[in-house]
Design a protein around this ligand. Structure first.
Ligand SMILES: NC(=O)c1ccc[n+]([C@@H]2O[C@H](COP(=O)([O-])OP(=O)(O)OC[C@H]3O[C@@H](n4cnc5c(N)ncnc54)[C@H](OP(=O)(O)O)[C@@H]3O)[C@@H](O)[C@H]2O)c1
Length: 339
């Protein structure tokens, strides 16, 4: 999520790099290595304030000072108090450093900021709908609303996130696998099912594909001692027991635990009306990925994406910040949510 470009005073690019993997060298260090001696007196543009602390790697400010760069233009200040202060350190070393609060750099930081400020993962809700806003027929059928190309985009996303979450309604109706297929897999996402009464079928696709990706079922604490729980565990399924209030888990605290105890930083939710509405009500949604297909159901009893009462007031309608991409027959709208 961090990029760095080194140029000379005339703007000719000498080197560019990005932070490729957690724990590995930061963008600035990689770019300086590429630029070599030409980094001396150069101008550095970096999306995030260079770090000023010994984390998994040494401070980037030291690398910039040692390389003898002249100026550092910073896209966004580091919201992590442990790593911030890089701009001041650069200035103390005589390097002209300034932050330009670049909107693109700041939006790259939002997932990181969410994790830091709310101690929970970045949560994306994805659904495919018809033009008249249905995600399934009245009988619950939803395969396939979107096009193969859109589905491929979803698989690519599945291959990037830490977890894919769904509700028991979708498991029982669609029997999904929720694995990333025929795409480059950067990480194997944990599949998480919200299933209070342990209805997840032992012979369903989620359990059958346990060797491909871990499966975690979040269930009532009282279910942990049942025979079904033992059978699921013997198939390699992980169970997490929670207490519900009026049949509902406290979702913010669940996400806190998933983040802190299971190291989950990004979640893609592929669920039906019930869980998606619950998540929005609990203010646990950061981003929507809505695929709108050019077809209609013309059925008032089809499944809407969200409970109708969620949108009773204009103030509660979902805001789109206007990032939208058109893909073949389907339209993907990505918007940030303020509910
Ligand atoms: N077009 C699409 O993109 C898409 C994607 C996925 C699914 N679908 C369709 O959606 C339909 C299923 O909708 P659905 O609403 O039944 O499925 P769902 O959202 O997957 O699951 C709903 C269930 O989740 C549980 N739940 C929700 N919030 C909870 C909370 N806070 N705490 C505990 N449990 C919670 C409830 O289970 P309990 O009953 O145990 O309380 C609820 O009945 C299917 O027809 C499927 O094909 C469409």
């Amino acid at each position: 999520m961090v990029g760095c470009v080194i140029s000379d005073a005339a703007g000719t690019i000498l080197a560019a790099a990005h932070h490729e993997r957690f724990g590995e060298p930061h963008a600035e260090v990689l770019a300086i290595a590429k630029a070599g001696a030409s980094a001396r007196d150069a101008i550095v543009h970096v999306t995030l304030e260079p770090c000023n602390h010994h984390g998994k790697t040494p401070p980037c400010v030291d690398a910039l000072v040692d390389a003898g760069v002249r100026e550092v233009v910073i896209g966004a200040r580091d919201p992590n108090p442990q790593a911030s202060g890089g701009m001041e350190r650069l200035r103390e070393a005589g390097i002209a450093a300034r932050c330009v609060d670049h909107p693109g750099s700041m939006s790259l930081l939002r997932p990181f900021q969410t994790r830091l400020e709310r101690t929970r993962p970045w949560i994306t809700l994805k659904w495919a709908q018809t033009l008249d806003g249905n995600i399934a027929t009245r009988t619950g059928e939803s395969k396939w609303i979107s096009s193969p190309r859109s589905r491929r985009m979803v698989h690519r996303e599945r291959g990037r996130v830490d977890a894919i979450m769904t509700g028991i309604g979708t498991v029982l109706m669609d029997n999904p696998r929720l694995t990333a297929r025929d795409v480059r897999i950067r990480r194997i996402a944990k599949r998480i099912v919200i299933d209070r009464s342990l209805k997840t079928p032992l012979d369903g696709e989620l359990v059958r594909t346990i060797g491909k990706a871990p499966l975690l079922i979040v269930t009532e604490r009282t279910e942990l001692e049942t025979e079904k729980a033992s059978m699921l565990k013997s198939h390699g399924v992980h169970l997490m027991g929670r207490d519900s209030i009026e049949g509902r888990f406290d979702l913010p605290s669940l996400f806190n635990d998933l983040h802190l105890e299971h190291d989950i930083s990004t979640v893609l939710v592929e669920a039906g009306t019930g869980l998606m509405s619950s998540l929005l009500r609990s203010n646990c949604v950061d981003e929507l990925a809505i695929f709108t297909a050019p077809r209609t159901m013309e059925d008032p009893e089809g499944y809407p994406p969200l409970d109708p009462d969620l949108m009773e007031k204009m103030a509660s309608t979902l805001d789109s910040c206007g990032r939208s991409y058109r893909r073949e027959q389907d339209q993907l709208v990505l918007c940030e949510v303020g509910v």
